[in-house]
Design a protein around this ligand. Structure first.
Ligand code: GDP
Length: 194
């Protein structure tokens, strides 16, 4: 895909607001601070997606970005902030779970994992949901520019072991160097066509 035009189509806070549309979509999910906004920005060549998604109060929302009037990039709210009140966590869970389970237009999910931290408990939980609902996914290892060569060599294996799956596809990515951007765009195309 070549991303020529992006616009924020809808921001959703409650499951009832999730739009029914004819467009296919891929979604992005991960811990807060994993680098999701930076990745989306890099993908879209700084169409200012991130600014929208990181506005205070929008962190708990699902943002639908319509690309080339053809498909959605869906920005799911980040997880893993220990300080978030239980009630908020429950809202997050309901929103995400409703989204994942009833979405036939959803062709795949990019699960973002911080390459220095590796998969966390919450990432594993997300992977289990995706497996449970039969949603194809690709793991993106973010911020790879921060790794030393030796760490870099072990990266793929470390993440695969952490997720308990040796066949899982990993795309190394850096918003700083833009490494992995072209590969991600190819993966998006592949998932949308599947
Ligand atoms: P989000 O909360 O998942 O949307 O994460 P952000 O995109 O806001 O990034 C969180 C922090 O990580 C920010 O300080 C970014 O500048 C930094 N960051 C994001 N991506 C990269 C990357 O590829 N390389 C480096 N070195 N830092 C990054």
């Amino acid at each position: 895909v070549k991303i020529k035009k992006v616009r924020l189509y809808k921001t959703v806070y409650v499951p009832e607001e999730l739009p029914r549309t004819p467009y296919r979509e891929v979604a992005f999910v991960g811990r807060s601070n994993v680098g999701k906004s930076s990745l989306l920005n890099t993908l879209a060549n700084n169409f200012k997606l991130a600014r929208v998604s990181s506005e205070p109060g929008k962190t708990r929302s699902v943002n639908f970005f319509l690309v080339n009037e053809r498909f959605f990039l869906v920005d799911l709210p980040g997880y893993g902030f220990a300080k978030v009140p239980l009630k908020e966590q429950k809202r997050w869970r309901e929103l995400i779970e409703t989204y994942l389970k009833g979405r036939d237009t959803l062709k795949g999910v990019f699960l973002l994992v911080d390459s220095r931290i590796g998969p966390t408990e919450k990432d594993l939980q997300m992977k289990d949901w995706l497996d449970f609902y039969g949603i194809p996914y690709v793991v993106v290892a973010t911020k790879v520019d921060k790794l030393r060569t030796s760490e870099r060599q072990k990266l793929e294996k470390k993440i695969q072991e952490g997720l308990g799956d040796k066949n899982i596809k990993i795309v190394p990515f850096s918003a700083k160097t833009r490494e992995g951007r072209v590969e991600l765009l190819k993966e998006i195309e592949r998932l949308l066509e599947s």
